[in-house]
Design a protein around this ligand. Sequence first.
Ligand SMILES: *Cc1c(COP(=O)(O)O)cnc(C)c1O
Length: 361
Amino acid sequence: MTRAFNFNAGPAAIPLEVLQQAQEQFVDYHGAGMSIMEMSHRSALYEQVNNEAQSLLRELYGVPDNYRILFLQGGASTQFAMIPLNLVRPGRPGAYVKTGAWADKAIKEAKLVGETVIAASTESDKYMRMPTAEEIVIPDNAAYLHVTSNETIGGTQFFDFPQAGNVPLIADMSSDILSRPVDVSKFGLIYAGAQKNLGPSGVTVVIARDDLIAESPTTIPTMFRYSTHASNNSLYNTPPSFAVYMVSLVLNWIKGKGGIAQMDQFNRDKTKLIYDKIDQSSGFYIGCAQPQSRSLMNITFRIHSEELEKQFIKESEKEGFVGLKGHRDVGGLRASTYNAVPLESCQALAQFMADFQKRNG
Ligand SMILES: *Cc1c(COP(=O)(O)O)cnc(C)c1O
């Protein structure tokens, strides 16, 4: 068996140990005579999966007791609409920090729903950095302040989250959830599609403060109300049971690796290998993000000629690398180095980058 050096942006690498464990349990889950996919989501076995995934996430991330953990569908993209649907009110706009392609999409959806305010934007810097705390202006009447913790396409990441005072801070953590310690109590709501750092696509994790989601407007459809899912332990309708099961395996894997602080160090070690190659290339490779905002999840970089970029991708694919092409909207190159990407993949990429430069520099 050969496993690719998988640098896909999402869906992305899943730990080999997790895939093998799922394979072992695939046909007959805990002696049930069927797979987890084939059993009722009301069964005791599935309830255990649902509860274990929540309690592991609570333990690993230090989620306080007054927060609910929900497993929803529709991806992070549905959260772009669900957040304003549940929280924006007349005279209480949603405030947004505009930092790139994903923040932009969140803003576009929010505008369809109600009043929005831009609290800060780094568009004039081509989204190559995150704003500083001083740049973010939060209106007193804001229903919330929304940030994109990690811009997956641009390759920028927040290292100091804004202080929003009494305004609930909401973060799209789709591409960096569980990659580093976070003080959950500083947030009103955190959400993430699973397919980057938590497992397969199909489930979206929402971590939300009780009081913020207790009373969703009854004028919005039942499935779009946080209160519906909170009061039914994410079992109001049929959940994406296999995806939730896979998330529970990934959480167990993180726990086995020592937890989030260890993940953080591991991710720093991995990305350093590649950022160092960029910085030591005498300008052959050009990092896209400004150094203070460089993402530890998505490394975006360029080569001075597009011809060489094409050649880089072509040759890398021949050597077993997958997913190094930049997002179609921005071009260039991108290496996504989520939790499940092994150190060996990053070592191999650093070596490939050095060799490629030697041949073409
Ligand atoms: C991938 C991504 C999304 C979109 O997620 P879907 O699950 O495909 O809807 C949203 N925000 C960020 C930051 C992402 O990386």
